[in-house]
Design a protein around this ligand. Structure first.
Ligand code: SAM
Ligand code: SF4
Length: 329
């Protein structure tokens, strides 16, 4: 699958639900209204779409949300998709989770062929954790991380950089990931979806995170790359790697290899642009896979060169109206 700029699409992110057991302040409003059930793709519909992408050359699928592990039936869905790992049609099946359900599911995920997962964790302070996630309990996530480790899953921690929050804890976070053998990536906040408050207050540029880390740790740039927006440094003292995802910068668009399917079946070609193709209508209106393939071709032709969003004092509202929990991170 090549788009009009010559980029090959091999990576599909699938948001399996917009629902979540947390309400992180930068992601959702406290009184979020979730989508009615009939608007959400059934797992059968999602599987059909994933298969269509695999047939066209997608080799990596990441499940996300909302919280993917809170949707009923998720493990059966993963089991279905994992059959493609056994046949070698998929190289990687993975997920991004808040970790709350990992005590229950980590073993099963490993059995189904998952090798590594991303777990979001913004703070190691229990009170601050509940403040940021509104409903989350740090203890449960730490237990989940331990379960993932015991199950042999490789873990990457995603930490959203938040002024007045993340910046107090950089050393703790670096030591924590080093002690547990986890990778760590910092993410800059993105202006996606109304959150019932301001994002400017908590916006912390990653250049600042990086220079604070550099004051106390020996970091050097590496050319390690994943095809995504992260830039990496090696940390001499711990021997591990830290990533920085700055989606507001444009540097990575030329190597973008991904598309995003929302839980409603909308296919977005770019996290930062509104261009999309409705695949739900296509799968619901025909049993044949031909219209689906045709819709994927349309999407390929529409994939934009790059995105254009911005957070600044004059533009405090969301740059795009959809929440990260609908599109998936
Ligand atoms: N619930 C799962 C989780 O928290 O990992 C998966 C979905 S969540 C939307 C995926 C990632 O997006 C998380 O790492 C989260 O911190 C991040 N995220 C959510 N809203 C964001 C925003 N406005 N800006 C930057 N990152 C955001
Ligand atoms: Fe839920 Fe993840 Fe959004 Fe937090 S970031 S509210 S855990 S979807």
């Amino acid at each position: 699958m090549k788009d009009t700029f010559g980029r090959t699409i091999t990576y599909l992110r699938v948001s399996v639900t917009d629902r979540c057991d947390f309400r992180c302040t930068y992601c959702m409003a406290e009184d979020m209204t979730f989508l009615p059930r009939q608007e959400i793709l059934s797992f059968e519909e999602m599987e059909r779409i994933c298969e269509a992408f695999i047939n066209r050359g997608v080799t990596k699928i990441r499940l996300t949300g909302g919280e993917p592990l809170v949707r009923r039936g998720i493990i059966d869905f993963i089991e279905q998709l994992s059959k493609n790992l056994q046949t070698g049609r998929l190289k990687e099946l993975t997920l991004t989770t808040n970790g709350s359900q990992l005590p229950k599911y980590a073993d099963r995920l490993a059995e189904l062929g998952m090798k590594r997962i991303n777990v979001s964790l913004d703070t190691l302070d229990p009170e601050r954790f509940t403040e940021i996630t509104r409903f989350g309990k740090l203890e449960q996530v730490l237990e989940g991380l331990e379960a993932a480790k015991q199950a042999g899953l490789k873990v990457k921690i995603n930490t959203v950089a938040l002024k007045g929050q993340t910046d107090h804890e950089l050393d703790e976070l670096l030591n924590f990931v080093a002690d547990h053998g986890f990778d760590l990536t910092f993410i800059e906040t993105m202006p996606l979806g109304e959150i019932g408050g301001s994002r400017v207050d908590h916006y912390l540029p990653l250049t600042e995170v990086r220079s604070r880390i550099a004051e106390r740790w020996t970091i050097t740039d590496t050319d390690y790359a994943t095809g995504g927006p992260a830039r990496f440094v090696d940390v001499k003292e711990t021997g591990n790697r830290i990533g920085f995802i700055t989606p507001l910068s444009h540097g990575f668009c030329e190597s973008c290899n991904r598309m995003r399917l929302t839980c409603k079946g909308t296919l977005y070609m770019c996290l930062g642009q509104d261009g999309n193709v409705d695949l739900r209508e296509v799968v619901r209106s025909s049993e044949s896979n031909e219209p689906l393939q045709h819709a994927i071709d349309t999407a390929l032709n529409l994939k934009p060169k790059g995105h254009e969003f911005v957070i600044d004092e004059t533009q405090d509202g969301p740059a795009l109206n959809r929440h990260m929990s609908v599109t998936g991170g």
